[in-house]
Design a protein around this ligand. Structure first.
Ligand code: BGC
Length: 703
């Protein structure tokens, strides 16, 4: 290949550059590409082209013109399903169900592959602690272990054992690294996290993707150690390649090479290209500095051509692993596309997943589950809304079942009021109109389901918020329903933890419904009427107020922790507790569970430890309990978090049934980053097991 051909292979542009008919909206700014017509046939990949016929046609045209007939690689954002949409990743995190995650990703792969997509820009494994950041919806949450397990399951679901199979696609983890730490929760903002924080918290998800065999990794927009990730040798050469042995492809995020200029790292495009190449970027997405300046950089000796050869080798190896040299269309098949997209089996899985991700936050007086055939009022902007898929559902056309339909499916007689839908803040709308007078028509309904939340377009990329309360008229609606003497069941649709404290006094029950995808309404109905006993747990803490943010369970202690009642000169707020409103791991069910008999047994020499705990379903309802194991390293050469999730197990318990759940705690699980390496240090460890991060039995062991 000539140098020009290699540089083309390393460049990715959107389908419109190839004269494609079908394309979705771009997710970033369009730069001046300085593209010459002879460059186009050399481009190695494209993003977000969909439709089997369209992709087959594009590929044919491309291969005819590519000098060596090298097929183009079709990549896309298939984030939580393609046509059949499953819950947003933050909600999937709440399921704590890695099997369900893998199955859902496999379903997405089946649909995407049939439509011609060969690689998805997923999973997103950024650790998230700040609900002001709109992209928390794309992550499995705030805990490194939960993110790592969900990430591995997602990669496995997409790629299977052989990513060249017609119903599999390659997977790209993102955004490496530390994108979730953006200051103030403002998207694309500076990230400044210590090496210890990075190593122990933020990197685990990406590492899990690498270990699971993900084919590609994507850079992030943020800085790390004051260097934009796309130009960071520490991240890409040192950690990703040298330490983790990743031999897949590194792609930039949208326009991220170019963005090293406004960041202030590179003075111009040539310097930006040099930084990217030296860091180890293989594909530049949606800017063309490597293409435009690569030749000059090599000819002048500023960049070794070897770097370019290595990058192109990795890209071609990926095309080879996908089987594109044998079959450049891979799974693209218009007939299959019709057959699998939203087929019955996929919709059934979407419904099951939706129900498994609903988190029951409050259930006073056990108002839930509702009686079948109940007479219900239904109010609020999500009462009969199909806008329940959640951000990044870029090719899906709307939900299949609204909440109203979900209630009616269970025989409820429903009367609606004040059901005007929200419009996005992105378009300048901040509230629904005040139609609280309409609520009087619900006077004869004893129970009112209030479907409240935020618009799905106000979550996801570039959707940061500073106020996390429900809009004024939604809060007013809840207050009025309460004043009318109604039993209020609030169902909250959101892509992030909202500030629910102000409305808790007006609600008898609160159900966190996130954005649950194609079968959101049916899945929520299944939970509200008790066909499915809620088992999900929060993957991210809910703040009492936005002023507490970031608030997360696995924080460090201070030298002045609050013990007992807060008083002067301890680390606390004057106007709010330190604890979140609802912590990580929290979630109610229609069953009740009792924990007892925590046992911690050392093996000879101390480790591994055998930990077991008894859990009993003390209710009359069968349920699924997520038993969580936490540890605390009491004193070490670097301070350790007050609690860290180390394992979890899901058990199904019949009414009255008791099971013993066992865990093995290894040296590796007790190791930490001492600013040079992962080490284990002897000392006291608190071993905790229980229902949630703030509800555990504990025992201390000396090792
Ligand atoms: C996002 C990525 C996404 C890419 C391609 C970017 O703006 O940050 O997550 O994969 O666009 O659409």
């Amino acid at each position: 290949m000539s140098l020009e051909e290699k540089l083309g292979e390393m460049t990715q542009l959107s389908p419109n550059f190839f004269g494609a008919a079908e394309s979705v909206d771009l997710t970033g700014p369009m730069q001046q590409m300085n593209l010459k017509s002879e460059d186009v046939p050399l481009l190695g990949s494209t993003l977000n082209a969909f439709g089997a016929e369209n992709i087959i046609e594009m590929q044919k045209r491309h291969m005819e013109r590519q000098p060596h007939h090298i097929p183009m690689l079709f990549m896309a954002d298939v984030i939580h399903g393609l046509k059949t949409v499953y819950p947003i990743p933050l909600a999937m995190g709440c399921s704590f169900d890695t099997g369900l995650m893998e199955e859902s990703a496999a379903m997405a792969a089946r649909e995407a592959a049939a439509t011609g997509v060969q690689l998805t820009f997923s999973p997103m494994c950024d650790l998230v602690r700040d609900p002001r950041w709109g992209r928390v919806m794309e992550s499995p949450g705030e805990d490194p272990l939960l993110i790592a397990r969900m990430t591995a399951a997602t990669v496995k679901g997409y790629q299977g054992d052989d990513m060249s199979a017609p119903d599999r696609i390659a997977s790209c983890f993102k955004h490496f690294g530390g994108y979730g730490g953006s200051e103030g929760g403002r998207d694309y903002n500076t990230v400044d996290i210590s090496d210890g924080m990075l190593r122990e918290f933020y990197l685990d998800g990406y590492k899990a993707a690498v270990d699971a065999g993900a084919a590609m990794g994507m850079t992030s927009f943020n800085t790390i150690d004051r260097i934009p990730a796309t130009g960071s040798k520490k991240l890409y050469r040192k950690i990703l390649r040298d330490e983790w042995g990743f031999d897949g492809v590194a792609i930039t995020d949208f326009d991220a090479v170019n963005e090293m200029i406004p960041h202030g790292l590179a003075a111009g495009g040539k310097e930006a290209a040099k930084y990217a190449l030296e860091a180890g970027v293989d594909i530049e997405m949606m800017s063309t500095h490597i293409l435009n300046y690569g030749k000059e950089l090599v000819r002048s000796g500023e960049v070794d051509e070897k770097l370019i050869d290595e990058a192109v080798w990795r890209i071609l190896s990926l095309k080879n692993r996908l089987g594109l040299f044998e079959n450049p269309f891979k799974g693209a098949d218009a007939g299959k596309e019709k057959e699998v997209c939203q087929c019955d089996a996929h919709m059934a899985l979407a419904r099951k997943a939706a129900a498994r991700c609903v988190v029951l936050l409050k259930n006073e007086g056990k108002i839930l589950p509702l009686q079948k055939g109940a007479k219900l009022g239904l109010a609020g902007p999500f009462a009969d809304s199909l806008s329940v898929l959640g951000g990044w559902s870029i090719t899906a056309t709307g939900g299949n079942s609204t909440l109203l339909r979900g209630l009616q499916m269970h025989g409820a007689e429903v009367k609606t009021a004040m059901a005007e839908e929200l419009k996005p803040m992105q378009m300048g709308f901040f509230d629904v109109s005040d139609q609280t007078a309409e609520l009087d028509s619900l006077a004869d309904c004893e129970i009112v389901v209030a479907a409240v939340g935020e618009h799905p377009d106000d979550t996801g990329e570039s959707a940061s918020r500073t106020i996390l309360r429900l809009s004024h008229n939604q809060e007013k609606m809840l207050e009025k329903l309460h004043d009318m003497g109604k039993k209020v069941v609030a169902v909250v649709f959101s892509g992030r933890p909202l500030e629910l404290k102000p409305v808790l006094p007006f609600c008898d029950a609160v159900v966190q419904a996130w954005f649950l995808g194609s079968e959101a309404g049916a899945g929520i109905g299944d939970v509200l009427f008790g066909d499915v006993n809620p088992s999900a747990r929060l993957s991210m803490s809910f703040p009492q107020t936005v002023g507490q943010v970031p608030v997360y369970y696995n924080h460090m202690n201070t030298g002045r922790p609050v013990v007992g009642k807060p008083h002067r000169f301890v680390s606390c707020y004057l106007d709010c507790p330190n604890e979140p409103l609802y912590p990580f791991g929290y979630g109610l069910s229609y069953s009740e569970y009792a924990y007892s008999n925590l046992r911690v047994e050392k093996t000879e020499g101390g480790l591994p430890l055998q930990v077991s705990v008894d859990v009993e379903n003390t209710s009359k309802v069968a349920g699924r309990e997520t038993v969580q194991l936490y540890i605390r390293d009491v004193a070490a050469s670097c301070v350790r978090p007050v609690k860290e999730l180390k394992d979890f197990v899901q058990v199904d318990l019949a009414p009255g049934e008791k099971k013993t759940v066992s865990f093995t705690v290894t040296t590796e699980m007790l190791s930490f980053w001492n600013n040079e390496a992962f080490v284990f240090e002897h000392g006291d460890f608190v071993i905790m097991a229980g229902h949630s991060s703030d509800e555990v039995l504990s025992e201390t062991v000396t090792l």
